[in-house]
Ligand binder design. Structure first.
Ligand code: MTE
Length: 329
């Protein structure tokens, strides 16, 4: 199904995952110890689990240790690598789900720099090699809920975005963080379309960006990110709809005022700034109460209920205390 600007993100037309792909690609190792960080943060110890997610050996390995952040890993069955890397939204490479896997080979991920600027005491431009070494890599298995009504469970590799933020020292004026992603017509055929305003930009409130669950991801399944998943680095914000997680980041700007994001500009009545996963707030054109897990049955299989904040309410609910989440959706 083609996407049109007036319609925004769409429900997929068909799901074509054969049951043979429900591979049990992983072994679970339950961690006995609770990370020190989690105790300090008071996070729920729901899943101190670690997936030894064996990559398929297609890309360079990215070593990672078990995450010490409480609640950072779910024990749910992983979505097969093949689904994670062939059923994508990355409109810079086309709007069909299989377009990014087909087209993103033109993305050049070296050299790569990320400019960090705005309301910070130490603005800087970091190259990808520096970013890869900035903090120890962790594996975190997060649920990902797309606004279109499907979800996946993905073993990401990265570290908390807060590690980078602390290094640049935001000033007292920094209230929001904007994420700007690559927009290069020479590498990205999708930019010829006006489906969105380019570059694709997203933003978080500073406290959301600083939350330990907010991940700067460099890999998945123990290997570097495939281009179609946002190489060489992307954001992953597991309690928000997938579109908040910008791919192929080139700039991070700290600002005082809330800025419009690409999806708010395209369809403000459909996509709000917060975009927290919320089964009680429907998309104007469909319900958000349930979801289809990619890799588990077809289009007509029973859907699973969507959880408030995508199941991360114990960790992030406090961020929204006192807010009317129907109005600020
Ligand atoms: N980032 C960029 N630059 N361009 C995009 O089109 N799509 C978003 C988000 N990040 C998008 C993006 C949407 S709608 C989703 S659901 C997730 O990426 C999909 O990530 P995945 O393909 O790795 O599952």
């Amino acid at each position: 199904m083609r996407h049109r600007i007036a319609q925004g993100l769409e429900l997929p037309a068909a799901e074509i995952t054969p049951p043979s792909l429900y591979a049990t690609r992983r072994r679970w190792l339950l961690s006995a110890g609770f990370g020190a960080g989690s105790a300090v943060l008071g996070l729920s110890p729901d899943a101190f689990a670690q997936a030894t997610a064996a990559g398929p050996g297609k890309l360079a390995k990215l070593a990672a240790s078990r995450s010490a952040v409480g609640g950072a890993s779910t024990m749910e069955k992983l979505t097969p690598y093949n689904d994670v890397t062939t059923y994508n939204n990355f409109y810079e490479f086309g709007t069909d789900k299989d377009d990014p896997a087909r087209n993103a080979h033109t993305l050049k991920t070296r050299p790569w720099t990320v400019q960090v600027e705005g309301e910070v005491r130490k603005p800087q431009t970091l190259d990808i090699e520096t970013l890869l070494k900035l903090s120890p890599m962790e594996e975190r298995v997060y649920r990902m809920r797309c606004v279109e009504g499907w979800s996946m469970v993905i073993p990401w590799v990265g570290y908390s975005l807060s590690e980078l933020i602390k290094r640049v020292e935001p000033t007292g004026n920094a209230k929001f963080v904007q994420f700007v992603t690559l927009a290069d017509r020479a590498q990205m055929p999708g930019l010829r379309s006006s489906v969105l305003e380019w570059p694709y930009v997203e933003a978080l409130r500073l406290d959301e960006a600083m939350h330990p669950l907010t991940l700067l991801a460099f890999g998945l399944y123990g290997e570097i990110l495939p281009n179609q998943n946002g190489a060489p680095l992307r954001l992953v914000v597991p309690w928000k709809y997938g579109f908040k997680s910008g791919k192929s980041l080139v700039k991070i700007r700290f600002v005082e005022k809330q800025l419009l994001t690409s999806w708010e500009k395209a369809a403000p009545q459909e996509y709000g700034f917060y975009s927290n996963v919320n089964p009680k707030v429907d998309h104007p054109r469909w319900s958000q109460a349930t979801e289809r897990r990619i890799g588990e049955g077809g289009l007509f299989d029973k859907k699973r209920p969507t959880l408030m904040f995508n199941g991360y309410e114990p960790q992030v609910g406090q961020l929204y205390a006192g807010m009317d989440l129907k109005r600020q959706f």
